[in-house]
Design a protein around this ligand. Sequence first.
Ligand SMILES: [Zn+2]
Length: 101
Amino acid sequence: MKTPKCNSCNHHLEWKKIYTSLWFPQKSTQCSKCKSNHEITTPLFISILTIMLAGQLALVIKNFLSLSSIFMGVVVLITSIFVLILLISLFIPYFVKCSLV
Ligand SMILES: [Zn+2]
């Protein structure tokens, strides 16, 4: 898997920089080679897929633990969704689109 290429020099943008821009979208991503700035956009279906996948897996985890208390079930569900979104988002930089700013 490769991260998107810089539009002006074809150098692959750094995973770390793209990942940071996912959580802080106001920051533009700079190419480490030619210093041109890029705007990172995540395709909508990737965002939807991430949330759906996290939701489904969290339900599986919750059912697997078969907790008796509803409160614990909700806590486990929310925590799982949060952790899963963080985990899945580690792969998002390989699917983003970038354009020169
Ligand atoms: Zn570049």
